[in-house]
Design a protein around this ligand. Structure first.
Ligand SMILES: [Fe+2]
Length: 183
């Protein structure tokens, strides 16, 4: 029996471990793409996403002002930067699958789902590349604390598709891009 797309999204969202979450994300994206290519798309379904996605016990999540300052240029500073970006990528995986499942009752063109599924698959790849790099540097995702505030925008826009579509790219991602030159 095949799962609906929203059931696959909820499976990703309720998986805590980052490597496992992103493996499920990739597998779900492949199922969706293959079903679309075969002309027999998975049903969208109506599985409800959790209010908050499952997360591993580590990293410890801290308020932004409690986050230790990064020291650019040092080996530890480099690890802290990659760790922070890995955390952002993992949040993006959850954000994108949340967008798939949370608004599935809104009449949407199938391209809406194609795009979020594709983006979620790419974020999953980014997370794994950054984890590989952390491990090559003798660290791992979870070794350092991470920012707790990243799900707030998702919660604040859980009832409004247009708010979600405006806030995630224009506030969350745009703010990220603002700091990119320095990074
Ligand atoms: Fe990414």
């Amino acid at each position: 029996m095949s799962h609906s797309l929203t059931e696959l999204a909820v499976e990703v969202l309720t998986t805590a471990d980052g490597r496992e979450k992103t493996a499920r994300s990739h597998a779900a994206a492949k199922l969706w793409r293959d079903s679309r290519a075969a002309g027999t798309p998975l049903e969208i379904g109506s599985a409800l996403p959790p209010d908050r996605p499952a997360r591993p016990a580590r990293p410890e999540l801290l308020a932004p002002r409690e986050m230790p300052k990064r020291r650019p240029g040092s080996e530890h500073g480099r690890i802290a930067l990659i760790h922070a970006v890995a955390h952002i990528e993992l949040n993006a995986v959850d954000l994108h699958w949340d967008a798939v499942a949370r608004f599935a009752s809104v009449p949407l063109p199938v391209g809406y789902f194609d795009d979020w599924v594709q983006a979620a698959d790419e974020e999953s790849k980014h997370f794994n590349l950054l984890c590989d790099r952390l491990e090559a540097l003798g660290s791992h995702y979870g070794a350092l604390p991470a920012h707790e505030g990243m799900w707030r925008a998702a919660e604040d826009t859980a009832g409004d598709l247009l708010a979600r579509l405006a806030v995630v790219p224009m506030v969350l991602e745009a703010r990220g891009l603002d700091v990119t030159p320095g990074t």
